[in-house]
Design a protein around this ligand. Sequence first.
Ligand code: SF4
Length: 303
Amino acid sequence: MDYTPAYIELYKRGDLQRGADSLYAILGRCSLCPRNCGADRTSGEKGRCKSGILPVVSAYHPHFGEESCLVGRHGSGTIFFTHCNLSCVFCQNYDISHLGRGEEVSFKELAGMMLSLQSRGCHNINFVTPTHMVYAIVQALRIAIPEGLCVPLVYNSGGYDSTDTVRLLEGIIDIYMPDFKYMDAKTADTLCNAPNYPEIAVSAITEMHRQVGDLMLDSGGIARKGLLIRHLVLPDNYAATDKVLAQIAQISTHSYVNIMDQYRPEYRAKQFDHMRRRITVQEFDDAVDIASACGITRLDRYR
Ligand code: SF4
């Protein structure tokens, strides 16, 4: 399929500037994500995500460990943002998400990272943990697009996204790649202090699908546009995997779903029941069987 990212047309129409203005207004009393802190990030105040206006980046490079449809031959151009609005107790990257490892950069420098990744042949720009950084992303795009940025943009989030904010990203993001972590409010409360995670994720992912539809690949098997959902299976079905998969099937049985088996007890995980061991082969196979029973056919098994 021929595909030109919609953000180029958006830029030409001046709508990217309008999007940046809308996001900046939200930052003045921040409700960019469902934490709804109310921090005035425009005057240096920081909310729960410990973030101001400028982006903080821990690393950027071609990544070959993502889904094959993102990696292709030359890699997915990942940009890892520091801090996180969800902060799971078992985060594998807790030094970045919780402890804040990273360097503050300007919008121009962020734009330069995107262009550098594209010039190295990456098939996309993959924003990792972008939720609290969407204003910086849009500002950097305004610099990168006239310099020639033209690859699809991937929004790689934890799924704890405000539906209103996702609406503002319509036409900017080509590929949404949210986690869908839990459908159990108690688990979400225990592990992320976010008991409303299930309804927030359902609403945000439904909006993402409305915007971009099911994942579309080009003739070389590279993702161009659409929704790709990740789900990490936890021990003892603690994430309520059966309910997560049933919900995904309600959004679309053609959803591209990566069921992941790599849970391991990192950071503070061993302090919590159900979280002290890896999953068994049987638990993973059960999850795959449930997905099939729900009618989900596009499975990427990450094992
Ligand atoms: S983006 Fe950060 S400051 Fe804004 S509501 Fe979310 S956690 Fe709070």
